[in-house]
Design a binder for this molecule. Sequence first.
Ligand code: SF4
Length: 106
Amino acid sequence: MGFNFLIFFHFILQLADELIVMYSGEVIEIGENIIKNPMHPYTVDFLMSLPENGMKPILGKALSPTEDIKGCRFFNRCKYVTERCKSEKPNLYNISGRKVRCFLYD
Ligand code: SF4
């Protein structure tokens, strides 16, 4: 899995459970209910690659976190990639209480 990993934050008072998803060294999605309702294309693909979801592999290879590129770090594996994705870095966009680093939500 390389540098792809999930970090769970569980607040002591259980006021909220927040998930942070990272890909290739950067945060790509933050929010609640991400497992039930993933929004970033990588999060969707990652969840579909789990055994309970049929182990559908994510095509292509992750960029090294040290590789300096202009655009989205998932561009070479994303089924929704556009020219903008290759030349411009997406921000973390606020959408429905979620933060998602993807131009689909700009
Ligand atoms: S910004 Fe573009 S390449 Fe990156 S995840 Fe979104 S659609 Fe895919």
